[in-house]
Design a protein around this ligand. Structure first.
Ligand code: SAH
Length: 221
């Protein structure tokens, strides 16, 4: 197992510098920031890239996929939380498991779906190192969500969809929030809120900001 306390580029000091930068970039939610301060991001990337793990960039994780840049992880987590503790959360696109790990600190239960089998194994290995017992990973196409385990207080999609899938929207609990990048060349991060008013459900969509994600694809590999 690689050291999680470490020295130099993988130390707590490096992580604290990442947090200062996230604050400068406008992240305000201290719960999100402290979760990111606790999770050793370098164990989620290949050893050769470990010294770059805390830079504000996305990095390759194999199979043509990437680990999201810290700002994006922070922004999505902060938006999902909206200042409250989260119960059950669903993530679509586990990748290396970093966002999953951050979520496990701010939610009581995290389900994460990944369509590429070797990445599920990679994420499992990384997540074993942080010993969080509230994470369930599944090898599956996430576009249909996980209806048997919902509804979810939060849904986070970490690959860009061509449209907002209805199946996912309908797995949001009352008061639940979903963050999802939508678009192909130009992608926008959307927030979808399930608001219940006098017994009727409304799904409010808000455009947040431009983002860059790998595409959400159908089927499994
Ligand atoms: N959450 C990751 C981001 C991983 S990149 C992080 O913390 O950095 C996005 C991931 O979504 C890739 O691993 C890709 O294989 C996966 N993905 C794409 N389409 C998917 C789908 N339909 N179902 C599940 N996973 C999908």
């Amino acid at each position: 197992m690689r050291s999680t306390s470490g020295i130099g580029m993988t130390s707590q000091r490096t992580r604290d510098r990442m947090l200062s930068r996230l604050r400068e970039q406008g992240i305000k939610d201290e719960v999100t920031l402290s979760a990111m301060g606790e999770i050793p991001r370098h164990i989620f990337v290949d050893e050769a890239l470990a010294t770059r793990a805390y830079e504000d960039v996305s990095l390759p994780i194999g199979f043509g996929q990437t680990i999201s840049q810290p700002y994006t992880v922070a922004k999505m987590t902060e938006t999902l939380r909206a200042g409250r503790p989260l119960g059950k959360v669903l993530e679509i696109g586990t990748g290396c498991g970093y966002q999953t790990a951050v979520l496990s600190k701010v939610a009581s239960e995290v389900y994460s779906l990944e369509r590429i089998s070797p990445l599920v194994m990679k994420a499992r290995k990384h997540l074993r190192e942080i010993r969080m017992s509230n994470i369930k990973l599944k090898h599956a196409d996430g576009t249909m969500g996980l209806p048997d385990f919902g509804p979810f207080d939060g849904i986070i999609v970490t690959a860009a969809a061509s449209h907002i899938p209805d199946e996912l929207v309908h797995q949001l609990a009352a008061g639940g929030r979903m963050v999802i990048p939508v678009g192909t060349d130009e992608q926008i991060l959307y927030l979808i809120e399930h608001i219940v008013n006098n017994g009727t459900s409304e799904f409010k969509k808000t455009k947040l900001e431009p983002v860059k994600f790998v595409p959400l694809l159908g089927g499994t590999n």
